[in-house]
Design a protein around this ligand. Structure first.
Ligand code: HEM
Length: 242
């Protein structure tokens, strides 16, 4: 367990970003839900893939997990009616199934569904953990002193990146085979300019450089800390004499 002034520094270092993370994590499901309602109207094929809806169901269940194999939904766990609630804001509106959409307009269904559920699952977990933290604090339990919560907090950073990538995959793969629904096919939009390699290479070099610099800096700070230099300069930290 951490003690004294070091303890206060660490707790503040945790609480400030965690307060921002709380606002973001709790806002996200609401924003996501509003986006989802729009998808029902503007991109029904994507919604059918998000919800793994092979056929139209009214009311539609919330389908957890599952994949479509040979036109059949398998390995799923359904919660009745909740699909309609989440996708349509109603207990009885239908979620139109993939069978209402021509076969050559279907996105890759399993990848779209699983990445969508990865995003929403992680989003729910992250939002839930912030609620848990503040509830515990309200009941005078300080989870910054709980090793398991701190381990989870370390994991939460990479998990948020996974949620971000999954959200992007769900959005982009779910729109296939088009880049603009009903207007432009991906095959019509894709370019073959050789100059694309220059911008891709440039981007990779810049980001690899920034990642390396971040890792080197953090490792050197950790090394100095372990070597006993506990009063490392921290411009925004509490007064050293506090
Ligand atoms: C917990 C509940 C969440 C819900 C209900 C939700 C819902 C949605 C929906 C419906 C879309 C699709 C929009 C479209 O295709 O038009 C979307 C996209 C996206 N989501 Fe989530 N989401 C949630 C959490 C998260 C979290 C935690 C992250 C990242 C940390 C995230 C990152 C993204 C990203 C990057 C996109 C793609 C946006 C774009 O490229 O236009 N989502 N989300």
């Amino acid at each position: 367990m951490l003690r004294g002034r070091r303890d206060r520094h660490h707790r503040l270092g945790f609480l400030v970003p965690f307060a921002f993370a709380t606002v973001a994590a709790i806002t996200q499901p609401f924003v996501g839900h509003i986006l989802g309602l729009r998808v029902a109207e503007t991109q029904p094929a994507k919604l059918a893939a998000f919800e793994l809806a092979e056929t139209t169901e009214q009311p539609a269940p919330l389908r957890l997990g599952g994949v479509i194999i040979d036109g059949e939904v398998r390995y799923n766990f359904d919660i009745p009616k909740i699909g309609s609630l989440i996708a349509r804001n109603s207990f009885d509106k239908p979620v139109p199934g993939l069978d209402t959409i021509p076969e050559d307009e279907h996105p890759p269904v399993n990848l779209t569904h699983l990445s969508f559920q990865t995003m929403v699952g992680l989003g729910t977990l992250l939002a839930g953990s912030t609620v848990l933290f503040w509830l515990a604090r309200w009941r005078r339990r300080d989870l910054t002193q709980n090793r398991w919560f701190l381990r989870f907090a370390v994991l939460a950073g990479p998990l948020a990146v996974v949620a971000l990538e999954a959200g992007w995959i769900a959005t982009e793969v779910g729109r296939q085979p088009r880049v603009v629904w009903q207007v432009l096919r991906t095959t019509e939009a894709a370019g073959d300019s050789p100059r694309i390699w220059w911008s891709l290479t440039g981007t990779i070099i810049v980001y690899a450089g920034m990642t390396t610099a971040a890792i080197v800096t953090l490792r050197s700070m950790a090394r100095r800390w372990r070597a006993g230099e506990h009063d490392l300069p921290s411009p925004y930290g509490p007064e050293a004499s506090a």
